[in-house]
Design a protein around this ligand. Structure first.
Ligand code: 7RM
Length: 646
């Protein structure tokens, strides 16, 4: 190839991949002997204190007996891979390139500085009483201290749980309780698009009466006033700035939990998905370097939020393990104007840029001018994640942003997969707009019928993964049976993703979206059950059913069917407020219809299929409705269908 690859990676038989033959060879090798493949990858990429000799223990067939394990006899601390080892080779390289809400507000933190900050924060957390294995909730905006806090927890062997700063006090309290957090780390106020967000005050509301929370550590971001609980609340700057910049990392077994991240499913409350240390850092490092064709002088920018898995894996852990310069972006794509991303690309010389389809659609709607006015000649790889990308948005990204000169990587993965699972590998994989193309080495997908039968060749079905991989979630916090029931009961012996997918005649995968009751609105994953429970918390509401309908910008919109209690009137604003209160600011109903009843089977199950069709504007294609208890209800719903957004 025409370019240099870093010496330590060039030697490595497992990475990177520069042509399709090489990809096929690696994929086959990983399929034939996963243990040998992943042991080679991890030894090459990760700084172990005790190198593992074991690969996988356990299987999807025996998952009910307990979590599976990768690299079980290995010992490490992931922050040594992310920080310490880079001090020998590149201490002055920028690790975190932070761009604040105002474009002029930029901070560059080198590996040396980041290492010192993390050590200080680790010492401070220890001082506050946080012990190995205990949980800390991180409820922050995109400030560098959020990444420092995550790494500091990892450094002392504590388990972090980042909660997205848009979640409400109620949602935060649920998470604080579920993981029994000892410490909450937050900031006074958040700042996004010149708006302030009362993060500390929300923490105060969430932690009222939560005796388990011993300390709240508060970063000063805006300096605006906040409530203060003496004895519990501590300013970050008081506790961290004066702490020692040296800290001997706590060495833990490979399967020591690294973090819990709550994610929505089709039923019940969000689940605390657990990721562990050795497998997760191996998988995120490998996929980050491979998919994006990472090179030493890259300026890498993923504009997600650390509150989601994308931020964990591809802003913090993967990039830092690879010694990359990783951007943290506090603001929004349209502030101060729709050219913000491209202005950043020009000012920082960004070469790899990773965002979501919904952001691409928002910006495409603003025309080409805000893009063209900024120099994007440094860009080489453009990534997308979070939802299916429609071909029009893909083409706009490729033509207008990348000027037909960049590789597009449409990366399919999930909170549960830990890292990218199906994706083109730049520059090796020929792309098709809208397809995530091929599985990563080590990922063995299958398409299946609802009965679990494997479909061969070109087909459409339920997307499953048939063999374990190092980056996958190990369990649900405190509830392994729920983990098994959610992901492994549909198809015994395989992981069920919850997504539908088509495979074409060239073996390309086209993920079509969720087939369960999970909503994906602007790349935000939310459960219909969470919305429904928020709505029925309003006294006037007897019943509610939520479905998604296609939305031109957000991907999916939220359609609510609401049944009023006898003699009560429904106030739509009150329902919006309830969703905001129970879930968060990102949970908005787009279309609401008051209905006389919900279509149910004789056994009382809501027939969502019918509600989905009506919301999609296809109420005349309802198919078989013979199992309905009261067919009259459907007629009434169809007639009153809402066809424009609130
Ligand atoms: C990383 C992330 C996961 C769900 C997943 C899909 C959808 C994500 C793509 C995609 C089609 C993609 N984690 N999804 N990426 N669908 N193509 N490239 O988003 O846990 O929050 O969501 O997102 O439905 O199951 S997540």
């Amino acid at each position: 190839m025409a370019y240099e690859v870093p010496a330590r990676v060039r030697e490595n038989a497992a990475t990177p991949i520069h042509d399709l033959d090489r990809y096929r060879e690696h994929w086959s090798r990983a399929e034939r002997d996963p243990d040998a493949f992943w042991l080679a990858v991890t030894k090459e990429r990760i700084a172990w204190r005790k190198e593992p000799t074991q690969g996988l223990e356990g299987s999807f067939h025996t998952i009910a007996d307990g979590p599976l394990s990768w690299f079980g006899d290995g010992e490490l601390n992931v922050t040594e891979s992310c920080l310490d080892r880079h001090l020998e080779t590149q201490p002055d390289k920028v690790a975190i390139l932070w761009e604040g809400d105002e474009p002029s507000d930029v901070r560059k933190i080198t590996y040396r500085e980041l290492h010192a900050e993390v050590c200080k924060a680790a010492n401070a957390l220890k001082e506050l009483g946080l012990e190995k294995g205990e949980r800390a909730i991180i409820y922050m905006g995109m400030v560098p201290e959020a990444a420092v806090a995550m790494l500091a927890c990892a450094r002392i062997g504590a388990i972090h749980s980042v909660v997205f700063g848009g979640f409400s006090a109620e949602a935060l309290r649920d998470r604080v309780r579920d993981c029994e957090a000892e410490v909450v780390i937050t900031q006074d106020w958040g700042l996004r698009g010149s708006k302030t967000i009362p993060l500390k005050n929300v923490v105060d509301e969430a932690c009222q009466g939560e005796a388990k929370v011993k300390k709240v550590l508060v970063v000063k971001r805006t300096g605006d006033e906040v409530g203060w609980t003496e004895g519990r609340d501590v300013w970050w700057h008081d506790a961290v700035d004066s702490a020692s910049p040296e800290h001997a990392a706590e060495i833990v077994p490979a399967e020591h939990p690294l973090f819990v991240l709550y994610t929505s499913g089709s039923t019940g409350r969000p689940k605390g998905v657990v990721h562990t240390s050795g497998g997760y850092i191996t998988y995120t490092s490998y996929t980050h370097a491979t998919v994006f064709d990472l090179r030493p002088d890259d300026v890498y920018a993923c504009v997600a939020d650390v509150g989601w898995i994308t931020g964990h894996s591809y802003i913090v852990y993967g990039p830092l393990a690879n010694g990359a310069t990783t951007l943290m972006f506090e603001s929004i794509p349209t502030y101060p104007d729709a050219g913000r991303y491209w202005d950043m690309v020009a000012r920082h010389g960004i070469s790899i840029f990773y965002t979501a389809p919904t952001a691409i659609r928002v910006l495409a709607a603003q025309g080409e001018e805000p893009v063209k006015k900024h120099d994007r000649s440094t860009l080489r790889v453009l990534g997308t994640v979070g939802e299916p990308i429609n071909p029009e948005a893909w083409e706009w990204y490729y033509d207008v942003v990348g000027e037909k000169g960049c590789n597009i990587v449409d990366t399919w993965w999930q909170t549960e997969t830990g890292g990218i699972a199906i994706s083109p590998i730049a520059p090796a994989t020929p792309t098709k707009p809208g397809s995530a193309t091929y599985p990563m080495p080590g990922i063995i997908p299958s398409l299946r019928t609802p009965e679990g039968q494997v479909l061969r060749g070109p087909s459409q079905g339920l997307l499953c993964i048939d063999h374990p991989w190092p980056g996958q979630a190990r369990t649900v916090w405190g509830d392994h049976p729920r983990f098994v029931a959610t992901y492994f009961n549909h198809v015994p012996g395989a992981y069920f993703t919850g997504d539908g997918c088509r495979r074409d005649e060239d073996g390309y995968y086209w993920v079509t979206g969720r087939v369960d009751d999970v909503l994906n609105v602007s790349g935000h994953r939310m459960g219909t059950a969470e919305f429904e429970s928020a709505i029925v918390s309003v006294d006037a509401c007897a019943e509610a059913a939520i479905v998604a309908y296609p939305h031109p910008v957000k991907g999916q919109g939220v359609y609510a069917y609401v049944v009023a209690r006898e003699g009560k009137a429904i106030d739509k604003a009150e329902l919006q407020a309830a969703c905001r209160k129970e879930i968060g600011a990102h949970a908005r109903i787009d279309r609401m219809q008051i209905v006389p009843g919900l279509p149910k089977t004789r056994s009382g199950k809501v027939m969502r299929r019918i509600l989905r069709k009506i919301a999609e504007g296809r109420g005349d294609e309802l198919g078989d409705t013979s199992t309905l208890a009261d067919p009259g209800v459907v007629e009434a719903i169809r007639e009153g269908a809402v066809t424009s957004d609130d």
